[in-house]
Design a protein around this ligand. Structure first.
Ligand SMILES: NC(=O)c1ccc[n+]([C@@H]2O[C@H](COP(=O)([O-])OP(=O)(O)OC[C@H]3O[C@@H](n4cnc5c(N)ncnc54)[C@H](O)[C@@H]3O)[C@@H](O)[C@H]2O)c1
Length: 322
């Protein structure tokens, strides 16, 4: 989601003239997600695995060969094992999200890249994903569930470690950069049908009912459109003063219960009184996830531009058409 939307924004927004080298091993995506960008001469794409040393060495050599032509080189780390279904795969998560991230950071430092943007996650807030003052801050202490509760938190623990890697590299003067804690990103053309928004739309469309986890009787979330998450990456990448190795929350403050989300989607799809059933329970899933975005707003011009109402309209239009 993030990678292909970043490419699209860089290629289509007038203020960006950058050249992009991208890769994905299609663990959770496909060529379909970038096919509209492949013919652009400012974009080179490789089907590479971040854990494959030979492929990453080739990738490094491609950048070394052209870097002198450019004012700066920016690394953006989107490759990760992400979906809640994969959070429980401890070794895979460790290999890609932790070792892969660090190898990619070391590569950036070796080639003399100026900046590294690390996509972390709001999952690191774990059981303290909100507070009574209007959202959890980057500097708040974290209360993590752990292996006593659920293997799920291995994803968050791994991402938390990556925040230390980037902080260390910046402190040591090796590169500029930051980590971004996104919260519940969704996309208008999401291809992963198990993410909550496409799941709800698909269930309503195909079955006229939605089966939710028992957690959803209480859970509330905010949802960040991936236009806005990618815009935050680009805004941070071009704000040198913000690249101090620290962490930025990127989210909206439009909180909605999962049940109301189903009702809202149903209303937009002209389904009255949608059937909701509850089945299964997910351990270590916080009831709320509400982030303070004061820090990014005070250091950059970023603010979300797509509210949930408009974002859902785009998602529903996409799913009904396809
Ligand atoms: N989607 C969210 O709600 C969310 C929330 C917080 C943080 N993030 C973070 O944002 C970043 C981007 O996530 P996304 O939402 O675009 O998820 P995504 O799954 O759409 O993108 C991750 C991409 O990484 C690729 N990938 C996985 N393993 C790889 C490997 N070994 N080598 C090369 N590519 C590999 C996948 O095929 C996929 O295309 C990730 O670091 C993720 O942890 C996402």
């Amino acid at each position: 989601m993030t990678g292909n939307e970043l490419v699209r924004q860089i290629l289509t927004r007038e203020e960006y003239q950058d050249h992009i080298l991208g890769f994905d091993n299609f663990y959770a995506s496909s060529m379909e997600t970038i096919k509209d960008c492949l013919n652009n001469e400012r974009f080179q794409f490789y089907q590479y695995d971040i854990n494959n040393r030979k492929q990453m060495a080739k990738f490094e050599s491609y950048i070394n060969n052209i870097k002198e032509k450019f004012e700066e080189v920016i690394y953006i780390n989107c490759a990760a094992s992400v979906h809640t279904e994969h959070f429980y795969h401890v070794y895979e998560t460790y290999e890609t999200n932790v070792v892969g991230m660090n190898e990619f950071l070391q590569q950036a430092i070796r080639i003399g890249a100026q900046k590294y943007i690390n996509c972390s996650t709001s999952e690191v807030y774990s059981m303290n994903s909100w507070n009574e003052y209007g959202g959890v801050k980057e500097s708040d202490y974290i209360t993590m569930s752990n292996a006593e509760h659920s293997q799920r938190t291995s994803y968050a623990a791994g991402k938390l470690l990556t925040e230390f890697f980037i902080k260390d590299a910046v402190n040591e003067g090796k590169i500029k950069g930051c980590s971004i804690r996104f919260a519940n990103v969704y996309s208008r053309n999401e291809r992963y049908p198990k993410h909550i928004i496409p799941y709800i739309i698909n269930s309503l469309k195909n079955e006229g009912r939605v089966i939710l986890l028992e957690n959803s009787k209480k859970n509330r979330r905010t949802f960040l459109n991936n236009y806005d998450s990618c815009n935050a990456v680009l805004v941070l990448a071009s704000t040198d003063s913000a690249l101090d190795g620290s962490v930025y929350n990127v989210a909206t403050d439009e909180e909605i219960t999962i049940i109301d989300l189903v009702k809202l989607c149903a209303k937009k799809m002209r389904i009255t009184d949608p059937k909701i059933e509850f089945k299964g329970y997910r351990e270590s899933d916080p009831e709320r996830r509400l982030l303070s975005t004061e820090k990014i707003k005070s250091k950059t011009q970023w603010k979300p531009q797509i509210n949930l109402d408009n974002g859902l309209d785009e998602c529903i239009a996409f799913y009904l058409k396809n």
